[in-house]
Design a protein around this ligand. Sequence first.
Ligand SMILES: NC(=O)c1ccc[n+]([C@@H]2O[C@H](COP(=O)([O-])OP(=O)(O)OC[C@H]3O[C@@H](n4cnc5c(N)ncnc54)[C@H](O)[C@@H]3O)[C@@H](O)[C@H]2O)c1
Ligand SMILES: [Zn+2]
Length: 362
Amino acid sequence: MKLNVKPSLVVSIPKRSYPIFVGVDIFENVDYSQFFIGNKALIVTDDHIAPILLDRVTKTLSKFADVDFLILKSGETSKNMETLSRIHSKLIENNFDRSSTLIALGGGVIGDITGFAAATYQRGINYIQLPTTLLAQVDSSVGGKTGVNHPLGKNMIGAFHQPLAVVIDISFLSTLSDRQYCSGVAEVIKYGLIKDKDFYSWLIENIKMLKCRDHSALITAVEASIQIKAAVVAADEREENIRAILNFGHTFGHAIESFQRYEGFLHGEAISVGMILAMSASGLLGQTSDADLDLLTNALQQFELPVNVPKDMTKEIFLDYMDRDKKVLDGNIRLILLKSIGHAYLESTETKPLLDKLFKTL
Ligand SMILES: NC(=O)c1ccc[n+]([C@@H]2O[C@H](COP(=O)([O-])OP(=O)(O)OC[C@H]3O[C@@H](n4cnc5c(N)ncnc54)[C@H](O)[C@@H]3O)[C@@H](O)[C@H]2O)c1
Ligand SMILES: [Zn+2]
């Protein structure tokens, strides 16, 4: 076995820089000895992923540490304080200490809760992200946002805690459902729109390759996405300014997800509609064209992503949910819009007049 995989990039945060490895079937060829400071590791995963990947991952990591595992019930409902407490109990009962390492093997749910367990156990221990959904590979595994949901609000309890490394093995995606895969594609398209016109054009030209999960197209798409996320996170780790552009389409999308009580659209599906609305708003300001909107609509539809506001969601409902959003300040909403393709910015605007105009275009 050659442990010779080199990182595709490094997230440069002072004192907390970390490597991101991207490739196909690279998982076995990363030298994990550089990350483990103690000899104990706990893999946290869910009951969909465990039968598929737990043996493979345990076998490799056992060469570097004593490996134990904890299998959670899959799904967003596991992302809560009770589950967090289960992880902590497992760590305490098995004498894990500050030199121990947590391994998040899963999608964004597992990544967020495991990262938060690592942030909070004995005031912070190391963790490694092994993302298994496209959304987690291009988004949630990088950037250090960790946390759980509270009965009164999603992601309300959390911490910034950067991982020690992120290993993105594209082969992990082979068992992911089409719907989950396409939901992740929405975030990939987002990166092109907010920061990289050339990447966006490449995506449009390579829709067919991405649809059939062609490995080389996926590596290009994941690396480009992560590069954008890593650069934005390095510039603004705690979302005090520029990091907000990663929320393009998300203010509208979050309103849809909350209205549907997280039981309707998947996250990427809600963001798909959100991006259409955000681009329409950019169009109303004369910044993007009808042709831009048509191109985006067509691209999203090719991935079977929704592009229309759910029928039962009126302008008034949007207004209600958007005004509850954390981004509202003095009745003005801070929306991420596009100056042009590849150039996102923060626009502060009154919610109601904007929605009045926007709904006339729908
Ligand atoms: N921390 C961040 O910066 C950040 C960013 C975006 C989203 N998130 C969070 O991420 C979560 C959503 O993540 P997600 O979309 O990955 O959902 P998820 O973790 O619930 O995974 C989706 C489903 O796919 C299954 N699955 C995962 N990998 C699989 C594989 N390889 N093969 C077969 N099935 C597999 C899971 O068991 C689950 O049923 C949300 O809680 C959201 O808040 C966090
Ligand atoms: Zn998102």
